[in-house]
Design a protein around this ligand. Structure first.
Ligand code: HEM
Length: 413
C-alpha cells in the first residue's frame, strides 16, 4: 500500500475535464495512460491543493458504493458561474442546499431520495413513455419542416428533454415557452453571466411558485406526489424540482446530440441500426458507456480510506472519471470501439451506489424514442460541416457538442 508522496503527484494544470486530444469520443490520452499506470492516482489541482484521481473501473465502482466518500460538495451548479472548469472541490463539506439530495449523504439523502423513488413508479414511467414518443415525434415534425442545414442541438436534442421535464414537473402548457427559454439561457454556454443569473432567478422563483400551487392543488405529476409529503418544506420541494430540471436536461440533450454524432461517424453501425431497430436498446446502452457524458464527479473522504491499494487521507478531494472507468480494458473488451452488439451492462455512465441516476429509465426511454424517430424519419441525415469542426464541450461539466449542424435530402414518416 502506498501513500501520497510529492514525487508522484500528477499535475492537472488546467483542471478537469481536459482537452479531448485523442478524438471527440475518447478519454484524454493522459487519463488513459494514468489508468494503465495507476488507477487510483494522487494529483494536484490548479490551485495547488492535493487530491486523488480515480480512473480504473473496479476502483471507481468501489468508491461510488462507499458513502464514506461523501457527496457533500459545492456543486458549482447552483453557485453560478455554472461552468467552473477545473474548480477544485472544497476540502470540507459545504452547507447543504435544501432539496438538492445529489449533494447530500445518508441519512439526509435517503430521506429525500426515498420520496422521489416512490414517485418514479413503473405506471408513471409507462404513461410518460407514451408522452415521450409523442414529444419526440412532434419535435421531429418541427425539424422536418425546417430548411437544412440546421442545428440538431437547438431544434431537437435540447427541446425533447426540456418538454419531458415539463411533463414530469407538471409545468402548465401556458408556462412552457417561458420555462424553456429560461432553462436554455441558464444552461447554454454562450450566454452572458448576468443573463444566466437572471434566468436562474426566474427559474427558482417560478419553481417555488409552482410547488406552492402543487401543494395547494396536487395534480398527476411527480412534483405533485412530492408536494403531498407535508414534511417537505417549500424550499426542499423547490430544490428537488430544480435538481430534476438540471439532472435530466443537459445530460439527455447531450446524449442525444453526441450519440447522433457518434453514429454518423460510425456509418456501418448506423446502417445496421437503421436496418434493424430491435438493436436500439443495446445500442443506447453502448452509447451510454462509450460516451459517458457525465464524466467527472467529485467526492470527499470523510475518514482515512483505502482504495486500489492506496491510502486516501481524511479530507482529501477525490475525482472520479466515469469515462475512463467505462473504457477500462480490464472490464470491457476492446473498450475504445463503439460496438452496438456488445453487452454494455455494468457500465457506470449512470453512476453507482446510492446516488445512481434516479432518472435512468426515463433517460433510456428518451434516447430510444429520440434516436428511433430521428433515424427513421431522416434516412439521409449527415453532418453539414466536417467532423473536425464540430465544437466540443470539453470545458463543461457535461460533455457533448455545442452545436451539431446537420443536413438531409429527404424525410420519411
Ligand atoms: C444522478 C447520469 C438523466 C435525474 C446521476 C448520476 C449520474 C447521472 C452519473 C450520479 C451522480 C453522482 O453520483 O454524483 C445521467 C445521464 C443521463 C441522466 C448520463 C442521461 C442520459 C437523468 C434524467 C433524470 C435524472 C432524465 C430525471 C429527470 C437524476 C437525479 C440524480 C441523478 C435526481 C441524483 C440521484 C441521487 O443523488 O440520489 N445521473 N443522468 N438523470 N440523475 Fe441522472
Amino acid at each position: 500500500m502506498s501513500d501520497t508522496s510529492s514525487t508522484d503527484l500528477v499535475p492537472i494544470p488546467h483542471g478537469l475535464p481536459m482537452e479531448r486530444d485523442a478524438g471527440p469520443f475518447d478519454p484524454p490520452r493522459a487519463i488513459t495512460r494514468l489508468r494503465g499506470a495507476r488507477p487510483v492516482s494522487p494529483m494536484i489541482f490548479p490551485d495547488g491543493h492535493e487530491g486523488w484521481l480515480v480512473t480504473g473501473y473496479d476502483a471507481v465502482r468501489q468508491l461510488m458504493a462507499d458513502t464514506r466518500f461523501s457527496s457533500r460538495q459545492d456543486l458549482g451548479v447552483l453557485h453560478v458561474p455554472y461552468e467552473t472548469p477545473g474548480m477544485p472541490a472544497p476540502t470540507e463539506p459545504s452547507p447543504q442546499v435544501p432539496g438538492l439530495f445529489i449533494a447530500m449523504d445518508p441519512p439526509d439523502h435517503t430521506r429525500l431520495r426515498r420520496m422521489l423513488t416512490g414517485a418514479f413508479t413503473v405506471k408513471r414511467m409507462r404513461t410518460l413513455e407514451e408522452h415521450i414518443v409523442t414529444i419526440a415525434e412532434r419535435q421531429l415534425d418541427h425539424l422536418a419542416g425546417l430548411t437544412p442545414p440546421v442545428d440538431l442541438v437547438q431544434e431537437f436534442a435540447l427541446p425533447v428533454p426540456s418538454l419531458v421535464i415539463c411533463e414530469l414537473l407538471g409545468v402548465p402548457y401556458a408556462d412552457r415557452d417561458n420555462f424553456q427559454v429560461n432553462t436554455a439561457r441558464f444552461l447554454l454556454k454562450d450566454v452572458q453571466l448576468d443573463e444566466k443569473m437572471a434566468a436562474y432567478g426566474a427559474l427558482t422563483t417560478y419553481l417555488s411558485e409552482l410547488v406552492t400551487r402543487k401543494r395547494a392543488a396536487p395534480g398527476e405529476d411527480i412534483l405533485s406526489d412530492l408536494a403531498r409529503h407535508d414534511e417537505l418544506t417549500i424550499e426542499e420541494l423547490t430544490g428537488c424540482a430544480f435538481l430534476l430540471l438540471l439532472a435530466g436536461h443537459e445530460t439527455t440533450a447531450n446524449m442525444l446530440a453526441l450519440g447522433t454524432f457518434a453514429l454518423l461517424e460510425h456509418p456501418e453501425q448506423l446502417a445496421e441500426l437503421r436496418a434493424d431497430p430491435e438493436l436500439l436498446p443495446g445500442a443506447v446502452e453502448e452509447l451510454m458507456r462509450y460516451l459517458s457524458v457525465v464524466d467527472i464527479l467529485y467526492r470527499y473522504a470523510t475518514e482515512d480510506l483505502e482504495l486500489g491499494g492506496e491510502t486516501i487521507r481524511e479530507g482529501s478531494t477525490v475525482v472520479v472519471s466515469l469515462l475512463a472507468a467505462n473504457r477500462d480494458p480490464r472490464r470491457f473488451d476492446d473498450p475504445d470501439a463503439l460496438n452496438i452488439h456488445r453487452n454494455a451492462r455494468g457500465h457506470l455512465a449512470f453512476g453507482h451506489g446510492c446516488h445512481q441516476c434516479l432518472g435512468q429509465q426515463l433517460a433510456r426511454i428518451e434516447m430510444r424514442a429520440g434516436l428511433a424517430g430521428l433515424l427513421r424519419r431522416f434516412p439521409t441525415l449527415e453532418l453539414a460541416i466536417p467532423a473536425g469542426e464540430v465544437r466540443l464541450r470539453t470545458n463543461m461539466q457535461i460533455y457533448g457538442v455545442h452545436e451539431l449542424p446537420v443536413t438531409w435530402t429527404e424525410t420519411a414518416r
